[in-house]
Design a protein around this ligand. Structure first.
Ligand code: AGP
Length: 609
């Protein structure tokens, strides 16, 4: 996610802006910039890369003043570059803005502004806002901002400067965090508490739609109807370290709870708001683009590989195209039958995994067209692939991948729907059914994430088990593999995932009295078979924790403990079913006192083969 800071007061603005942005580095970014009002104009300084690059640039070209805004960018629209870095201004730097979020209707606004003569220099959605301010300028700073907000659609945290109002900042938010730090003769704006905690612990937490007019002496807040809001001062008593995690004990837990928003943002990029049609403008496929594909190769590592296993079911059952899924480190060495009729999809959170990058290059060498699914704009894999679909997971700090996985699965399901519609294999009714249940996912995630007491209890009771098995059939088997990896990599408990029907062919010998077994039961077509498999292990006195739909009347009969998720489409079930598995792993790790965010022997980005 991007980071925003702002300052107005009696001190040097640039000094605070750099200090604040440095405290937001943990959010992940690929460029940074500041803007300050000085000598009757707004000066912008911005650089791709780390804040050190920006600081060095400011040494060469310092900018001073007592009011300014700053930004660290995690690229979503437009690659990381100096020109795409924030802040963005209109042609005259009359209005200058920094933004966190997505302006969903930026293309149509940009075309309209260009037709009116506005000249754009960046690839970003944010620049549209600066030009919109100039276009809609009424001479009143606040009124102009309100007119702009009535025009844009999407999610945002925004901070504005206006050359004609050298003592005032305006900021607002919708679906992205923004706070005001309250000082003595100075006030601060920030995306997150760590940026300001060294200066003040008294804050206003802005709510969606609220607009703050910030000067050195006062902060005035109005709501979206323009009515004054009497904000309560929120005193922050967190430590600085706790503040980086948004109050969560670990980045992993923070990122688990970021999933509803990351999923919503990812879907917003590919489901039209009015028609609810699935689209991938970055691909622009036509039927003839799919006709030449004889098979799809999906290759990745770890959790990303597990997302690929889920996608196999999606693409084969929705678009009726054969799919093979291969571990990236294995693919290159099996003399793969890849050719020009193969379409290669690589999946990677970091976009830098060497095994995956090498597999991608090999598939391309053998003639395959390629597509990358990643949340890291401008990464090596993103640049190597012929096309890229970005998820909106944002940076993932914890080694254990959670929000990257669910947004990958969302993107892959949408891609399968897109393929199925283009090649005519998916009926409109089925597309509508899938999209309807997809749009309900963020709210259903909240329901699951708000009810974790049983999971904490299970983690306490079984957190010291020697062996744990995850079983599932069909698409649940792919989810079981992800659940098993999560548990292993952060709690160090030995866990294995098995196809429900496969246990009896050997591994059942390991099941003894008290062995915890997590059984996924979300696929109605194989539910009865799954219940038989559960009976097999229960007969050996295993302790079965079942994960199934809240309206499944049989679940309690077959399992020792039931974890229920809201009913949803069979293809959407993996996205909900994985949440309890992520939390189970997390609380098991807490029980065992392991290093949740940095588990032993592991790295977040594996750039060695
Ligand atoms: C998942 O929790 C692990 N951190 C690991 O398996 C990871 O998914 C794998 O290394 C692939 O990383 P990537 O998505 O960045 O390519």
């Amino acid at each position: 996610m991007c980071g925003i800071v702002g300052y107005v007061g009696f001190q040097d603005a640039a000094e605070f802006l750099i200090e604040g942005l440095t405290k937001l580095e943990y959010r992940g970014y690929d460029s940074a910039g500041v803007a300050c009002y000085t000598d009757d104009r707004i000066e912008i300084r911005k650089k791709v890369g780390g804040i050190a690059n920006l600081t060095a640039y400011l040494q060469e070209r310092p900018v001073h003043g007592h009011i300014g805004i700053g930004h660290t960018r995690w690229a979503t629209h437009g690659r990381p570059s100096d020109v795409n870095a924030h802040p963005h201004g209109d042609e005259h730097n009359h209005y200058v803005v920094v933004h966190n979020g997505i302006i969903e209707n930026f293309m149509e606004l940009k075309r309209d502004l260009q037709a009116k003569g506005h000249v754009f220099v960046s690839e970003t959605d944010t620049e549209v806002i600066a030009h919109l301010c100039e276009e809609l300028d009424t001479g009143d700073f606040l009124e102009t901002v309100r007119k702009v907000l009535a025009t844009v659609e999407g999610s945002y945290a925004l901070a504005f400067m206006n050359r004609d109002f050298p003592d005032t900042l305006i900021c607002t938010k919708k679906d992205n965090p923004l706070i005001i730090g309250l000082g003595e003769g100075e006030n601060f704006i920030a995306s997150d508490i760590p940026a300001i905690i060294a200066r003040t612990r008294d804050t206003y937490i802005l709510n969606d739609g609220e607009i703050a007019v910030v000067t050195a002496a006062a902060v005035r807040v109005i709501d979206r109807e323009g009515r004054p809001v009497d904000k309560k001062v929120h005193h922050v008593d967190w430590s600085a370290a706790a503040a980086e995690k948004g109050g969560y004990e670990h980045f992993m837990l923070k990122e688990i709870y970021e999933q509803p928003k990351a999923i919503r943002d990812t879907m917003a990029m590919h489901i039209r708001r009015d028609t609810q049609e699935v689209y991938f403008d970055e691909l622009g496929w036509r039927p003839e683009d799919l006709q030449g594909i004889r098979k799809i190769l999906i290759t990745a590592c770890g959790t990303a590989y597990h997302a690929g296993l889920v996608a196999k079911y999606y693409i084969e059952q929705i678009a009726r195209i054969p799919v093979e899924v291969d571990i990236a480190s294995e693919y290159r060495y099996r003399e793969p039958l890849t050719d020009a009729a193969t379409f290669c999809i690589v999946i990677s959170q970091s976009g830098e995994t060497s095994d995956t990058l090498a597999a991608l290059k090999e598939a391309k060498r053998l003639g395959a067209r390629s597509l990358a699914i990643t949340n890291t704009v401008g990464s090596s894999i993103a640049r190597e692939a012929d096309a890229v679909v970005y998820t909106m997971a944002g940076p993932e700090i914890s080694v254990a991948s959670t929000k990257a996985y669910t947004t990958q699965v969302i993107a892959l399901l949408l891609l399968a729907v897109y393929m199925g519609r283009i090649n005519g294999k998916l009926s409109h009714a089925e597309e509508e059914a899938i999209v309807r249940d997809l749009l309900a996912v963020p709210e259903k995630c909240h329901q699951i994430l708000e009810d974790v007491d049983d999971l904490k209890t299970f983690a306490k009771n079984y957190g010291f088990a020697e062996d744990v098995f995850f079983i599932g059939r069909s698409i649940d088997y792919a989810v079981a593999m992800e659940g098993s990896l999560k548990l292993k990599e952060i709690s160090y408990i030995h866990a294995e995932a098995y196809a429900g029907g496969e246990l009896k062919h050997g591994t059942l010998a390991l099941v003894v009295s008290g062995t915890p077994i997590i059984a996924l039961v979300t696929q109605d077509a194989v539910k009865e078979k799954m219940y038989s498999n559960i009976q097999e292990v229960s007969a050996r006195e295993a302790i079965v924790i079942g994960i199934g739909f809240e309206d499944d009347p049989e679940l309690d009969h077959f399992v020792r403990h039931a974890i229920r998720i809201p009913r949803t489409h069979r293809f959407v079930a993996p996205i909900l079913a994985v949440l309890p598995l992520q939390l189970l792993a997390y609380y098991a790790a807490i029980t065992r006192g392991t290093d949740v965010d940095k588990p032993r022997n592991l790295a977040k980005s594996v750039t060695v083969e």
